[in-house]
Design a binder for this molecule. Structure first.
Ligand SMILES: [Zn+2]
Length: 409
């Protein structure tokens, strides 16, 4: 257990991160510790170079109190977002402001050795360009599947079997000499959404759906990510859809949500429509390019192709029923539809909404908002990863290492 000292330091840091320009009297109210303890913790963080004075606040009689800010320039974190086919690496300061990013198309099926080599060289380039290699404090990686929070081991990677036994975290820790954290990227997308989209930032009870090749959801409960006992909270991608028993999933089971409406499922169904002569628009794309992407189905629907519209509408209805289960379980005030599915935009939103409302008692939907993500997935994932790296770095358990002091002191 972290001592009272580090819990107090972390609480002060959290309050300053939430409210730049906060004063010591305000910290006493916010953190709930006595004035002299707050003064001591602030002095300690100033001595460590993490906090700095930032002008004077409003006087309530007597001397005006100093305002405090986080010294964002005192270090850097790396956020890494590994999606099934995209890799984004970002360098952020201690306030979580993204300073530079790099992006590449990959395939996680290349395996851990090839993908991690790209992560390493892209990260090294970012750190060298910014000239801050020595200032790296923490790294967080988002993975396309659920990850055990405590040791960073993947817990359920049906799409990435060759990754499971790979000591990903150990390899990266030894490379950077900085702590490395891993999480399901859908959790990081939710963190990124909360940071950038004010509607999500205000929500204390949010479900974030990340839908693309894989499908998963993140749950924010009382303002914090809820991961469950093994990191599988919100993992709805492999929950069976009623009546879809004939659809075989790559995980080996039948009827999984991901196998019914995930990206590959959409292109599979779109191809059937094209080949059966039911969708002239999709048949044209297939004839031109020899392949179909999920985006082609959205584009065909936008051009008014009835079969493509029906396919999207049916997928949205199935998705809404699965989200309805999560709404019933978590009673959120906000559901955000993100990931590749969000690119179908308002075309699917109405059908998802209607389907959720059909599966949830009216009392649970009275104040419920169901909206599309306001943040591009490529941006949200890496911003969320940096946020996660910072949340870990400033946690009571990590502060002794960050401050270079003995945890028992
Ligand atoms: Zn499955």
């Amino acid at each position: 257990m972290p001592s009272e000292r580090f819990t107090g330091l972390a609480a002060v840091l959290d309050a300053v991160r939430d409210d730049e320009g906060i004063t010591q009297p305000m910290l006493v109210d916010r953190v709930g510790l006595g004035r002299s303890i707050i003064a001591r913790r602030v002095a300690e963080l100033e001595a460590a170079g993490l906090l700095a004075p930032d002008g004077l606040g409003v006087s309530t009689g007597g001397r005006a109190p100093r305002r405090l800010r986080l010294r964002a320039e005192a270090g850097f974190v790396l956020g890494v977002d590994i999606a099934s086919h995209e890799l984004v690496v970002g360098l952020a300061d201690l306030a979580g402001t993204m300073l530079a990013t790099r992006h590449e198309h990959i395939d996680v099926a290349y395996g851990p050795a090839a993908v991690l080599a790209r992560v390493e060289s892209m990260s090294a380039a970012l750190l060298d360009e910014a000239g801050v290699r020595g200032g790296l404090r923490s790294v967080a990686l988002g993975m396309p599947e659920p990850v055990s929070f405590d040791d960073g081991a993947p817990v359920a990677l049906p799409t990435m079997p060759e990754w499971s036994p790979h000591p990903i975290r150990e390899r990266l820790v030894s490379l950077w000499s900085a702590p490395v954290w891993m999480d399901d990227r859908v959790n990081l997308l939710a963190l990124g959404e909360r940071r950038v989209n004010p509607l999500a930032g205000r929500s204390q009870h949010m479900i974030y759906l990340g839908g693309g090749a894989g499908i998963g959801a993140a749950a924010v409960v009382d303002g914090r990510l809820y991961r469950g006992s093994r990191g599988l909270a919100g993992a709805i991608g492999h929950v069976p859809v009623p009546g879809a028993d004939e659809v075989v999933c790559h995980c080996g089971n039948a009827g999984c949500l991901e196998a019914v409406i995930g990206g590959p499922a959409l292109t599979r169904d779109g191809r059937k429509l094209a080949e059966a002569g039911q969708s002239p628009a999709l048949a044209a794309v297939l004839a031109d390019t020899g392949t179909l992407r999920p985006l082609d189905i959205t584009l065909a629907a936008e051009q008014g192709d009835p079969a493509a519209r029906r396919l999207l509408n049916d997928s949205a209805t199935v998705l809404g029923a699965s989200l309805g289960m999560l709404v019933n379980a978590y009673n959120p005030d906000l559901v955000i539809i993100g990931g590749g599915i969000a690119r179908a935009g308002v075309r699917i939103l109405g059908a998802v909404r209607a389907s959720i409302l059909r599966h949830v008692p009216p009392a649970a939907t009275q104040d419920l908002r169901i909206e599309l993500s306001a943040v591009d997935e490529e941006v949200a994932g890496v911003i969320g990863a940096a946020q996660f790296a910072l949340d870990q770095l400033f946690s009571p358990a990590q502060l002794p290492a960050l401050l270079g002091v003995d945890a028992d002191a």
